[in-house]
Design a protein. Structure first.
Length: 165
């Protein structure tokens, strides 16, 4: 499908989408007004972007600290290479694990599997992590808990020219 939006309008819309949907009953109408178009044209273009596979998911960024979830830990683990894929998938599906990903080991940093766990207090998070490690039989593997001490920024990804790094 060919977009009825001009190239400039398409770029403006991408920047708007990166900032999230406005909290209105008709967010695409709000976008249309901002780029001098119609709600139908905006919806059609968003559908076109989705059909092109440019959206992995449409979600929200929850400001968890505002909800009282202040104990945030990155569990870093040194997992055997032959087990890391299987274990990463299992931990990624475990309740309480918000992110789980593999990274390459670096000199002086032997950890290759990372899991983010959030909770209301440090003791509850530590107990949950100990339960995960025991449940998956990896309590004996080298690991560390890296608790957040300060939040500097939290937002969704940016890909447009203005937001790209």
């Amino acid at each position: 499908m060919t977009s009825t939006l001009s190239l400039e309008q398409q770029q403006q819309l991408r920047r708007l989408l990166e900032n999230g949907l406005p909290l209105t009953s008709r967010p695409y109408q709000t976008f249309a007004e901002q780029i001098n178009s119609t709600e139908q044209a905006v919806i059609a273009h968003v559908k076109d972007l989705d059909q092109q596979g440019l959206f992995r998911r449409f979600g929200i960024v929850v400001k968890h600290r505002a909800l009282g979830i202040n104990a945030n830990v990155m569990l870093v683990m040194d997992i055997e290479d032959e087990r890391v894929h299987q274990l990463g998938k299992a931990l990624g599906q475990a309740p309480g694990v918000n992110l789980c990903y593999r990274r390459p080991r670096r000199p002086g940093w032997p950890y290759n599997l990372f899991c983010m766990v959030h909770g209301r207090d440090r003791q509850a998070v530590e107990a949950h992590v100990a339960e995960l490690l025991t449940q998956h039989n990896i309590l004996h593997r080298p690991h560390h808990l890296l608790f957040s001490t300060r939040a500097f920024k939290q937002r969704g990804a940016r890909y447009s020219q203005a937001g790209a790094v």
